[in-house]
Design a protein around this ligand. Sequence first.
Ligand SMILES: Cc1cc2nc3c(=O)[nH]c(=O)nc-3n(C[C@H](O)[C@H](O)[C@H](O)COP(=O)(O)O)c2cc1C
Length: 224
Amino acid sequence: MFYNPDVKGDHGLPHDPFKALVSPRPIGWISTLGIDGVINLAPYSFFNAVSYFPSYVMFSSSGLKDDPMKHSWRNAEETGEFVCNIVSSELSDAMNMTAKHVPLSVDEMALAGLTPEPSEKVTAPRVKEAPAHLECEYWKTVELPTNNPKFKHGVIFGHVVGIHINDDIIVDGKVDVTRYNPVARLGYMDYTKVDEVFSMDRPDDLSMGRKMLGDAPYKNKSDT
Ligand SMILES: Cc1cc2nc3c(=O)[nH]c(=O)nc-3n(C[C@H](O)[C@H](O)[C@H](O)COP(=O)(O)O)c2cc1C
């Protein structure tokens, strides 16, 4: 089949297949601290790392045009910082709970029974129970052009300025994802968790990244 995603319903299927095709998507569980001091926490699966030296991440927020800014977007812009908490499989239910639409005045870490942990370089707290955290300084928002008059979409970029990793998930000097099984989003209401890993050697001795950047920051072939 072929369809035009700009034409509503052109796929002819009961559910839009786009998100099922671009999967699995990692989940950025974004914690922010509002200017009023209230902790906000919400999952974003339009989330990814976009560069690693320097390290940048993004999450993409969609909202109604007359109230376009979800709280994570608003807080990131107003305070200039946010934290991406990594979601382990055992935190799936708590993560899902924080997708609930609640007023800005509600502390969503408390709502989900989670523990706020102070960050090192930003004032937004981390989720203590998460296996890793990326502390970010807000860089910029790119608004996506759209023909849909009802919605507004912003891609929020952040520079990762500090990373916490739970020592329990480091095995032989490497982060072992099978120790925490990161949760990722599929299409529809479906999720997956990473519990299997396979490795492949690169066909070239040196990747383009290593050629471009010389020796820093790569120490081993497996870094690139
Ligand atoms: C797994 C998951 C992934 C989500 N991904 C996104 C996303 O990428 N972009 C978005 O705008 N909303 C996404 N949502 C919905 C938001 O989490 C939800 O609207 C939330 O209430 C926003 O909270 P906030 O206003 O505190 O930022 C997702 C929800 C779930 C459960």
